[in-house]
Every structure is written in C-alpha cells, then in structure tokens.
Design a protein around this ligand. Structure first.
Ligand SMILES: *[C@@H]1O[C@H](CO)[C@@H](O)[C@H](O)[C@H]1NC(C)=O
Ligand SMILES: *[C@@H]1O[C@H](CO)[C@@H](O)[C@H](O)[C@H]1NC(C)=O
Ligand SMILES: *[C@@H]1O[C@H](CO)[C@@H](O)[C@H](O)[C@H]1NC(C)=O
Ligand SMILES: *[C@@H]1O[C@H](CO)[C@@H](O)[C@H](O)[C@H]1NC(C)=O
Length: 454
C-alpha cells in the first residue's frame, strides 16, 4: 500500500517533460526551444552582467516526451570562442549528436576560475578578474534546466585545455559533482583555484566520479609532464592528475599478479587487481599509437559494484561500463581536439565518438538525479526509472517527502557553504599576488616563446 502510494506520487512527478518542467517565474531566459535551433543567452540575474552561453538543440529534441534530452556543458580553451569549440569538436553536428543539448559557455576575459597560466606577455594588459564559474555553471544548470527540461540524470561536462581545467574544478566541487554525471577532458590544464590549488580543496560529493582524459604526449601548451621550470604546486601533470582521481575514486593500490587479457577492441592489455576490489587495465591501443589506462573502482565507500575479473577472461564483459577512470595518452599528438589516424594505427582516433560513448554509459545514481532544485522544485528522470527511484528512496529512509525535502536543503546548504568559502578565498588574494606575478611570468616565457620579453 505504501509502495503504491509512493509510486503514484513519483509517477506524477515523472510526467512528460513538457509538463514536469515549468519555467521558473524569475528565469532570465525566455524561450521555447525547438529541434535544430542555436541561441545565445546571458545567464545570471543581472541581465547586464550576465554571462554569455551558446546553446545548440539537437535534431531529435522533443521527439519522445518520455526521453528528456541529456545536457552537455562544453568549455572552450584559452584564445578560443565557444563556437570554435563547437566546430573543433563536432559536438553539435546533427550527424554525430542526435539527442543531446550542448551548451558552450564563454569564459570571462578568456579566463576560467581554475586557470593558472595567465598570459601576461603584454604588460599593459591588467590581470583579469577571476569570475565565480562554479556559481555560473550552477545557474546554467538551474536556469536552462527550467526551459530545456533535460534529463537530470544525464548532465555531462567536457572541456579542452584550460576549459578542461574548469571541468576538473567542477568534478572537485561538493555540489556540482553530484549534479554532473560524468566528466571528459581533452588536453586539460590542471591548476589552482586562484591561490588554493584545486587538489588541496578537491572535495567531490560522491565517489566514484567517472573521469575521462585524453592528452597528446607532444602537447607544448599544457605538456603531459611538467616542464623543468614548472612547480608541481602550480600545475598538475597528467600522471599526477590521474593518481589523484584514482585516490578520490577509491581505486586503491595494485595487488597480486598482473594477468594478460584483451579489451573490447581485441587489444592486448595487462590487468591487475586493486586493493579496493576493482582492477586496472593498461595497454597499447590503436596499434601502439596510444597508451590506454582504464580503472574500475568501487568508490571511497565501496558504493559501486565490484567487478571480479578472472585470468584469461576477455575484458569486454566489463568494458567499459564499469570504468571510473579512462585515459588515452596519444603518441606524437600536440595540443588540440584529436580526430586523426595515429602513427601506425589502423583506425581513426575520434575523441568526440569516445566522449559521447563515455557519456552514454554513465547515468547519475537515481537518488542524486531526484534532486529538488531550489528554483523549479521538479524532478526529471526518464519514466522507466520510476521503479528504481522508489527503491532508492526506500533504501535511503523510506519517506518520499522527507527524502526530497532533505535533498533540496542539502543542495541549498552546499551552495551557501561554497559562497562562504569564496569570500574567504578572495580575502587572501592580495597578500599572495606578488608571488603569482613572478610565477606567471615564468610560465608565459616558456609557454609562448614568441612573446618572451618577460
Ligand atoms: C532537424 O534537422 C534534421 C537534419 O539534420 C532534419 O531531418 C529535421 O527535419 C530537422 N527538424 C526540424 C524540426 O527542423
Ligand atoms: C519513447 O521513450 C520510451 C522510454 O524510453 C520508450 O519506451 C518508447 O518506445 C519511446 N517511443 C518512441 C516512439 O520512440
Ligand atoms: C573583465 O571583464 C569584465 C566584464 O566582462 C570587464 O568589465 C573588465 O574590464 C575585464 N577586465 C579585464 C582586466 O580584462
Ligand atoms: C564515506 O562515508 C563517510 C562515513 O559515512 C562519509 O562521512 C563520507 O562523506 C563518505 N564519502 C563519500 C565520498 O561518499
């Protein structure tokens, strides 16, 4: 009886997105999106200082009201415009992406909150103000969510270069890491959040957090390893970034023997069991054109299922749905969004296809997708997940009303907590500025040899 009552409560909340999703009264965006449209908006409650976003609506948008669209946030690199990322990545190409809405936000003054490398080669250019991109991204999801009616269990973030650094910051954020399902970074630059390095304040609100990274080993803008003159306090090299996410995802250390296996593409890989009960697979992919690392980890508190792997078994049964960490190191590739045939490879390395597959296999755990957002108070997940939702809520305490209320309070609390931390960060800034200028000068001199008058 109780279960039935809960189910019917949920069923009304799961009505077709056009009904479940009602535009918030104070939403700054006034729009009824249609398939194939592209629009530019300003997000934020002050229209004049609002931040610019470009939104592309895919061809299948609204075709099936039981399947709300996934939402992909795509963050551009330095010296790149939002639509340049759209053309480099083909993420909004209707032949590649039929159903996901893609949002391309514009960095303020070409600088994301996570940037460390601030180009100062023209001395008359002031150091740009860092914007609060965490708040910006939260309002994109809230404001746009009330209009797009996207699937709240399928919100993804990708970024290239410094935009990838921001994606890392989002994954480290206690609140956004529970709203964004999976993360995919291309040629990322992993730096500090102003003066506190990201890795010191990295506090994802869930574990594991699915993380994909692709990086050329000849990237000269954001090199795979640190340059000799670079301090590990300023930027994380890719191997350190991978180690940190391995820890945050509760992967543990390799234990026991390394076994020979084959991955889903028939590539020979070495598989080693991890102390967490997960496993790591490593191998040359694309006929040696890339090195692939994949980890399957149960999470800090062991929340994700552990996958048992037996010697000689083909990996495909577990591949890649259970990967929590996936990385490709591309041989001979520089800084960019890879779509090419790597040296010696028999097929094209297609970053966009890889990324869309990565996003497709990850869904936010249902108890997180069922959040009550402060603005809209609506829940949106596909109809077929209703039963799982009931189960999740019962496991979490059994009372639908209270669970939903708590979720709303938690979301609000996390936002307020974050604001407080920001104010504190800002207060510290001036004292450290001098040291930073010196660091930045170092970075730029090597980063941009053609401008090395510093
Ligand atoms: C959207 O574009 C596709 C081609 O990519 C076309 O088949 C479809 O009819 C268009 N839909 C609308 C509503 O214009
Ligand atoms: C619409 O989506 C639902 C849920 O995924 C699915 O069961 C149904 O077959 C879809 N309908 C059409 C016409 O594609
Ligand atoms: C940064 O951007 C803001 C608003 O977009 C602008 O008013 C300001 O002058 C810029 N500052 C710098 C140092 O570029
Ligand atoms: C793990 O469990 C502890 C104790 O229940 C909790 O405080 C912590 O937040 C959990 N961490 C994650 C990442 O879920």
């Amino acid at each position: 009886m109780l279960a039935l009552l809960i189910l019917s409560l949920l069923a009304s909340a799961y009505a077709a997105p056009s009904h479940a999703c009602t535009k918030a009264e104070d939403s700054p965006i006034d729009w009824r999106p249609k398939a194939n449209e592209t629009r530019v908006f300003r997000v934020g409650h002050d229209r004049n200082s609002g931040r610019e976003i470009h939104v592309t609506i895919p061809p299948d948008f609204g075709k099936n009201s039981s399947e709300p669209a996934p939402l992909i946030l795509a963050f551009h690199d330095k010296e790149m415009l939002p639509l340049e990322l759209a053309s480099a990545s083909h993420l909004s190409d209707p032949n590649i992406n039929r159903n996901a809405v893609v949002v391309y936000p514009l960095a303020r003054n070409d600088t994301w909150q996570s940037d460390i490398v601030v180009r100062r080669w023209r001395k008359n250019i002031e150091q740009p103000e860092y914007a609060d991109d965490i708040a910006f991204v939260s309002s994109i999801i809230d404001d746009l969510g009330s209009i797009i009616c996207h699937d709240t269990s399928r919100v993804y973030a990708t970024g290239m270069g410094t935009g990838g650094g921001l994606v890392n910051l989002l994954a480290c954020d206690p609140a956004l890491s529970t709203q964004i399902t999976a993360f995919g970074i291309v040629a990322g630059g992993f730096g500090g959040r102003r003066h506190a390095p990201i890795w010191e304040t990295c506090a994802p609100g869930r574990s594991p957090v699915p993380m994909l990274e692709v990086h050329g080993d000849e990237d000269r803008i954001l090199p795979y390893f640190l340059n000799e003159w670079e301090s590990a306090k300023r930027r994380r090299a890719v191997p350190a970034f991978l180690d940190e996410w391995s820890d945050l995802n509760g992967c543990g250390e390799p234990v026991g023997e390394t076994m020979d296996a084959r991955d889903a593409t028939g590539t020979d890989v070495k598989v080693t069991k991890l102390s967490s009960g997960g496993w790591v697979s490593e191998g040359e992919a694309y006929n040696g054109g890339a090195w692939r690392l994949a980890k399957s980890c149960p999470g800090i508190n062991g929340t994700a299922p552990k996958i048992e792997f037996k010697p000689g078994e083909r990996l495909s049964a577990h591949d890649p749905e259970h990967f929590t960490l996936l990385h490709y190191r591309l041989k001979g590739f520089g800084h960019g969004w890879p779509l090419l045939r790597l040296k010696g490879a028999d097929r094209v390395f297609d970053t966009t296809a890889l990324l869309l597959d990565w996003f497709k296999i990850h869904k936010l755990p249902i108890h997180l997708a069922l959040r009550v957002t402060p603005q809209t108070s609506t829940m949106r997940v596909p109809v077929d997940q209703a039963a799982a939702a009931v189960e999740a809520i019962r496991e979490a305490g059994g009372d639908v009303q209270n669970v939903l209320k708590d979720a709303g309070d938690a979301a609000r609390g996390a936002n307020e907590g974050d604001d407080g931390a920001d104010v504190a960060d800002d207060a510290d800034v001036d004292a450290d500025d001098g040291a930073d200028v010196a660091d930045d000068a170092d970075v730029d001199a090597d980063d941009e040899p053609e401008h090395d008058e510093l």
